[in-house]
Design a protein around this ligand. Structure first.
Ligand code: ADP
Ligand code: MG
Length: 693
């Protein structure tokens, strides 16, 4: 007898998985046979029964069996093959925009057809567009499916049938092995009425009972819920582990500032808000403990996070420690440097700047001073944490706009400290709903600056169609006449810098043509960092009237006189991103405007989203809406960085779990400690790697 396959074997051991297919599978995160079991359907099709045409309703996806009554080619706006079919209960139209002669021949009047598709409303009644079908002159069709047909996330060159075949093989092995080990305590499953992991996997891949079918089609099957719970637990546990590991190292206990912070506060032309004071207090207490601070400060754009960071930095500096402040872009790093410099110099605190673009000469001068501790506060980009940069006595790392960095990047920073772990302070302007924050940042303590400095006027937001571009340009002209400066933001979904730059250039040219007497600058990601900062400085110094830019200006840039922002194609961006962009205006005392210039066609959802932007300036409300509309990966801005991406869990559907997961995780750690590692391993391939960085 052959050796039986094991779930830990490579997928290449399965029938039909050659090297090409294995490569495609790897692209989907599937390497060993067990991974196939966790590759779950994203939806199901019901091809188990034939539905009479008379009972079709809009939006149903069904199998219909009928006779072809007529097939004609219509020449309307688009040429189409229209096939009328009848099953004795009613008539239905099938519409094909692309069709071959062979197809036309098979869809002749009198032929029988079985088709599967979604029912839509056409010009003459219900229809299916491009249904899957088979047609024949006579004889019976093969038997219908007897279970729901799962549809799996896939990629080009890997079809559903192949994927299904592989998953079936994996399920057969699972059966032969009598299931996977169960790591959720039996009494939990009982209490929550949840299936075991093995049962859950079978009912999701292979739904048989009518009850399963109904619940899956509705999206409320306990099997999904059960897997989501385990996955959320796995995430939470792994972050807790990272945190525990970090906390187990000692950190310098840094006592409260006696002179630097009081001197700074005395020199400020304004008072800190109560929210800033509260958060500074929380940070100060963390710093005073002998284990590393791991705190995330959330505050809407303009809430004054920079000062809170500076207060923390001064506390560390007063006790002889160095502080590194890292920003996600050079522009922002330079801005921090200039702002901080202005406060630090009178306090006799030495500050410097290190960027990727810093010259060799600058580095040669700077690096020794970092190594011997004579630079007390260093601002910069991730260049701060590259090889060859050594600190004498790094005590605190501050990460601005941390949602721009991946978990790995964040974790790799702590290696830099020489005396154990430094304290870590992260700041983000992305207001993250609380339950989501507890899930995504379970390794961090959370502080919220929930108050804006007084005297801000909210930005007035309106939306307008791109057809009215001329009217918009006229408004821009008037705004400039009134002495305002204007941001004109071009968005593109494509990640390509080239395309973004091109689109922005086209817009800038159009504006220059329409407004020949205005001074227009163009800022995009392809410019050299030096040119970027020159442009920004020129805009700040009011040497430019209009700054046309791609979304590179999104983060943290501060130009108080800019009080008008036009955003082209706002429908392409997430709400939180729009909110961040809009936060660039409304920084001065004059009333500010943001005009969302949408393209066509605007979907229902698109309209709804622009309405949210018009109706509120509250970042938290916007984040909640964003979460509902787009899902957590996008809200956290982590789709690119991969900090969090659930395979099964769905933040809306599984909201109730988010609230109990922290408590359940604690229970598991104390009552079933040996279940913790297996759960993490099962769900997070990268967990170990994460924990090691
Ligand atoms: P963000 O939270 O978006 O990073 P910043 O720290 O850049 O906000 O602050 C925005 C502006 O508000 C800055 O010009 C800053 O000097 C100013 N600011 C910060 N705190 C206060 C305060 N308590 N009162 C008045 N203005 C403040
Ligand atoms: Mg900021």
């Amino acid at each position: 007898m052959q050796n039986p396959l094991s779930l830990s074997f490579s997928v290449t051991k399965l029938k039909g998985a050659g090297p090409k297919i294995a490569e495609k599978l790897a692209g989907l995160g599937i390497v060993c046979i067990q991974d196939l079991l966790f590759h779950l359907p994203y939806k199901y099709q019901d091809r188990t029964k034939i539905t009479p045409i008379a009972s079709l309703r809009l939006g149903m996806a069904v199998v219909v069996e009928a006779e072809v009554k007529a097939a004609t080619v219509a020449f309307g706006r688009r040429r189409a093959l229209l096939v009328k079919i009848q099953d004795g209960s009613g008539l239905l139209t099938l519409r094909f925009f692309h069709f071959s002669r062979a197809q036309q021949a098979s869809l002749k009047t009198g032929h029988r057809i079985r088709c599967y598709g979604e029912v839509r409303m056409g010009p003459t009644g219900l229809e299916m567009v491009h249904p899957e079908y088979s047609a024949r002159e006579e004889g019976d069709f093969p038997a219908l499916e007897n279970t729901l047909t799962p549809l799996y996330p896939s990629s080009e060159g890997l079809n559903q049938i192949r994927l299904r075949g592989l998953i079936e093989q994996a399920l057969a092995i699972l059966k032969a092995q009598a299931g996977l080990p169960e790591w959720l305590p039996a009494n939990w499953l009982q209490e929550w009425r949840l299936p075991t992991l093995t049962q859950a996997l079978f009912s999701l891949h292979h739904p048989i009972s009518e009850q399963d079918v109904a619940m899956l089609l509705e999206g409320n099957h306990p099997a999904q819920s059960r897997l989501a719970l385990e996955e959320l637990l796995a995430h939470h546990l792994s972050l807790q582990q990272i945190r525990a590991q970090a906390k187990s190292h000692g950190a310098p206990a840094i006592k409260a500032s006696e002179y630097l912070v009081p001197d700074l506060l005395a020199a400020l032309p304004f008072k800190l808000t109560n929210a800033q004071l509260k958060v500074s207090g929380e940070i100060s207490e963390d710093l005073a403990k002998p284990s590393p601070m791991m705190r995330l400060v959330q505050g809407d754009v303009g809430s004054g996070k920079t000062l809170v960071a500076l207060v923390a930095a001064l506390q560390a500096i007063e006790q002889g420690f160095q502080v590194a402040l890292m920003a996600p872009t050079e522009l922002l790093a330079e801005q921090h440097f200039r702002n901080m410099q202005q406060w630090c110099e009178p306090l006799d605190v030495s500050i410097d700047l290190l960027l990727g673009k810093s010259t060799k000469k600058q580095r040669d001068e700077l690096l020794p001073k970092l190594a011997d501790g004579s630079i007390q506060l260093i601002t910069g980009t991730h260049a701060l944490f590259q090889k060859g940069v050594d600190f004498g006595n790094l005590g605190l790392i501050i990460i601005d706009e941390q949602h721009r960095f991946g978990v790995q990047q964040r974790l790799s920073l702590k290696e830099k400290a020489i005396n154990g772990n430094p304290h870590q302070l992260a700041m983000t302007a992305t207001p993250i709903p609380r339950t989501l924050a507890m899930t995504a940042f379970a390794d961090l303590d959370l502080s919220v600056i929930d108050e804006l400095p007084p005297g801000r006027t909210p930005v007035v937001t309106a939306s307008i169609s791109q057809d009215k571009r001329d009217a918009v340009i006229a408004r821009v002209f008037h705004a400039v006449q009134e002495g305002r400066q204007v941001y004109w933001v071009c968005t593109l979904i494509e990640e390509s810098e080239d395309l973004q730059a091109e689109a922005a250039e086209a817009s800038a040219n159009r504006l220059a043509e329409a407004l020949p007497h205005l001074r227009i600058g163009l800022l995009h990601g392809k410019l050299k960092p030096k040119d970027k900062s020159q442009l920004m400085n020129a805009f700040k110094a009011q040497e430019l009237d209009i700054l046309v830019a791609t979304t590179v200006i999104e983060v943290g840039v501060d130009v108080p006189n800019a009080s008008v922002m036009i955003i082209e194609n706002p429908e392409r961006l997430g709400l939180s991103q729009l909110h961040q962009l809009r936060g660039r205006v409304g920084r001065g005392t004059t009333e500010s405007y943001c005009l969302l210039m949408y393209g066509h066609p605007l979907s229902e959802q698109g309209k709804q989203r622009l309405e949210v932007m018009r109706s509120t300036n509250d970042g938290f409300v916007i984040a909640e809406e964003d979460l509902k509309i787009r899902g957590p990966g996008e809200v956290l801005g982590t789709r690119q960085t991969g900090a969090i991406g659930f395979r099964v869990a769905d933040i809306d559907r599984d909201q109730h779990w988010l609230e109990v997961v922290p408590e359940l995780a604690n229970k598991l750690m104390s009552e079933y400690p040996n279940h913790v590692d297996p759960i993490i391993k099962r769900w997070l391939f990268d967990a170990e790697r994460f924990a090691q960085v």
